[in-house]
Design a protein around this ligand. Structure first.
Ligand code: NAI
Ligand code: MG
Length: 356
């Protein structure tokens, strides 16, 4: 029987609560197929680990993770640990060391999810964001000079390499071609007169290799407006690290809320493990209450199934989420329900059982 080794970093706050439900779903799918199974290994890393050990993960943490087929992550960050430390020393460390340069974030309004806009049809909200995930504005390059002095200066540099820019844009073209959909590039070349002029140039160059893919290009501010006013313009979308981060939170609001938004961090060459996670954070305000919405984490489980080559099961999991939303009986409070985190997970697994 095929075995997939998955490293689980449940993390902080609601992380462990939602991850439990995702693991439940993955185990159910594996049980029903009987051709493969998951072997989960839990790592206690995160802010609590930091409080005890002064670091977010083991010193050889990256080495330990290397042998896994995938990483399943809840959320990291908690009051008491500065957010830039929890983010850089765990999440970004993994994304960078494992060259997970593609961040895939679906912005699709599922059946049964609440439609937030007037004059917009459900089918109009069906975007696939492909966000650059290894450099750009989140390169970490910079300097803090004369810290604390009156004349202090900070520099935060963006890095757009030809290799990094080309590979993400090419990945997006390949995706658009495969799916037979349009590709939109989002940049800001009027104000960012080096990085984004370069981005646009590379987009135009690569587009010549894909004459069959229809393209569009918007400035990020206009794109933010158009995502609300005319979302159907956006099908496959490629953008930089920062713009993608911001626009996909906007996308989450369009597509049923933060409790539904999932993301995959992919190393397409499969030299290293890829990582699957909800895009929300650790939600300290509701942690420990058993009311966090696990659907985003369950959606990212569906992305993991796709990644392992079981697209039909990825689809089953999405259909199960849709079915649950349509039923509307077992939902968490962010979706105006009264269900608990584990009740939602249980219902999804039940639905999977009768769909499969
Ligand atoms: P957040 O996403 O944790 O919470 C924002 C709001 O959404 C809160 O009101 C929260 O209760 C609600 N929310 C989030 N996920 C939910 C869910 N599954 N079900 C129901 N409600 C949910 O963002 P915030 O508050 O800005 O950050 C909290 C911590 O999380 C910080 O330490 C931050 O650095 C970290 N963070 C970590 C991320 C990650 O691990 N990928 C991503 C974003 C933030
Ligand atoms: Mg974000």
């Amino acid at each position: 029987m095929k075995q997939f080794k998955v490293a689980v970093i449940a993390g902080d706050g609601i992380g462990p609560e939602v991850i439990n439900e995702g693991v439940k779903v993955l185990n159910k799918v594996a049980e029903l197929d009987s051709g493969f199974q998951f072997d989960f290994t839990y790592f206690p890393w995160g802010s609590e680990f930091y409080a005890k050990n002064g670091k977010m993960m083991d010193d050889n943490g990256i080495e330990q993770l290397k042998e896994f087929d995938a990483i399943y992550l809840g959320a990291v960050g908690f009051p008491g640990v500065p957010d830039h430390i929890s983010l850089w020393d765990l999440l970004l460390k993994i994304r960078k060391n494992f060259d997970q340069y593609v961040n895939i974030r679906p912005v699709k309004l599922l059946k049964g999810a609440q439609l937030p806009l007037v004059d917009v049809k459900r089918e109009d909200i069906n975007m696939l964001f492909i966000r650059e995930n290894s450099e750009g504005e989140y390169s970490g390059a910079g300097e803090w000079l004369f810290k604390g002095k009156e004349h202090e200066v900070v520099l935060q540099n963006s890095v757009f390499s030809r290799k990094g820019t080309e590979r993400i844009i090419r990945y997006a073209f390949e995706t658009a071609k495969k799916e037979g959909r349009t590709l939109t590039s989002i940049s800001k070349a009027n104000a960012l007169n080096y990085s984004m002029v370069f981005w646009d140039q590379v987009f135009d160059e690569v587009s010549l290799e894909y004459p069959e893919v229809e393209t569009a290009s918007y400035l990020v501010d206009a794109a933010a407006m158009l995502m609300i006013k005319d979302p159907k313009r956006f099908e496959v979308v490629v953008t930089s690290n920062l713009f993608g981060d911001i626009l996909t939170d906007l996308g989450a609001a369009l597509a049923g809320g933060i409790g539904l938004a999932a993301g995959a961090n992919i190393n397409p060459e499969r030299n290293y493990p890829s990582m699957f996670e909800p895009i929300h954070g650790s939600a300290p305000d509701i942690a420990g209450k058993g009311i966090a919405n696990p659907l985003a984490t369950i959606w990212s489980a569906s992305q993991m199934l796709d990644f392992f080559g079981y697209e039909m099961y990825g689809k089953v999991v999405l259909e199960a989420i849709e079915q649950l939303l349509l039923e509307g009986d077992v939902l968490t409070s962010d979706m105006k329900g009264t269900g608990s985190t584990s009740e939602v997970g249980d219902r999804v697994t039940e639905i999977i059982k009768y769909i499969m």
